[in-house]
Design a protein around this ligand. Sequence first.
Ligand SMILES: Cc1ncc(COP(=O)(O)O)c(C=O)c1O
Length: 348
Amino acid sequence: MVPVVDLSRRGQRFASAFAKAAERIAASGSFLLGAELSAFETEFAQWLGAQHCVGVSSGAGALQLALSAAGIGPGDEVLVPAFTAVPTASAVSALGAVPRAVDVDRSTACVTTQSIDAGVTERTKAIIVVHLYGYPADLPMTDLVVIEDAAQAHGALRDPGRSIVSAYSFYPTKNLGGIGDGGAVVTNDADLAERVRILRVHGMTAQYVHEYVSQNFRMSEVEAAWLRLALPQLSNDVQRRRAIVDRYRAAAPDLRWQTPHPDHAYHLAVFRSADRTRTRAQLESAGVASAIHYPLAITQQPAFRNLEHADCPEAEAWAAECISVPCFPEMSDDEIDCVSAALAGLGQ
Ligand SMILES: Cc1ncc(COP(=O)(O)O)c(C=O)c1O
């Protein structure tokens, strides 16, 4: 069976270099907020062409800190796409702010200026634009504070600084995946970056002086060292993802894929099927595993469905029909051929 993702292959790529890094960190006695993290922050900011990167404990934490540093707080309403990973919405709730879901576009699965205009209320302060599956969504024309959830979009965004702040995740399956949890807040605004650095460590501005109420959002040195090993290969990995999905699209052009985009970073390769159960069974019998990202829209999630949302029929249709097929840089050519053939066979 071709797996949707196989992290052991990624692990093997970096295992021996990582063993040396782990030894170095152990001997240094500096386990948190040390040289590895500070080097990674510089290197990732450079890779993105951004001015500031603050490494934190997770993508969810990065979103929460980005929102907070951008001035979002209790009672503020924040628009989120109705079709996204749940942490996009829970980061809003974690601040005592209120997520309000708006619909997504049928062909990109991302929000549009129109869907935001249709969902905005007089209480709305901000919008989180999610670059879902690695698709580089256009930023809306709006006066709202725009925050980018780039958890799935390493390599998709050529233009950091279009919004005031972006949040990345280094969850192990991501395009730049860690050996544990991790995330980053990326911005060109030096003051905002400084606020995030303070909020990352319990709101502390000097030794044991806490200017703000916050929590622990630190990234470990071990995680940062792993990410430094993976970062130099990220551009090639993203190219490989694009080449894999190009093959799938060429083999099965009639499937309903996201609209093509040259900068799509293909964290996931997703198409839609009106009869998902049958399609997944066909894939399985051809030796291809599949997954669902995500089975419920935010409007349908038990934790969020009682909030007030805009009508989100397109998001709910995506949730009912999406299927993710294997897409990771370590796939062999034989595996790519196998998935391509299975996809080509679906129409028959
Ligand atoms: C779109 C999106 N936002 C936020 C997150 C949260 O990231 P993390 O799992 O690193 O907290 C994820 C990852 O799961 C995600 O895919």
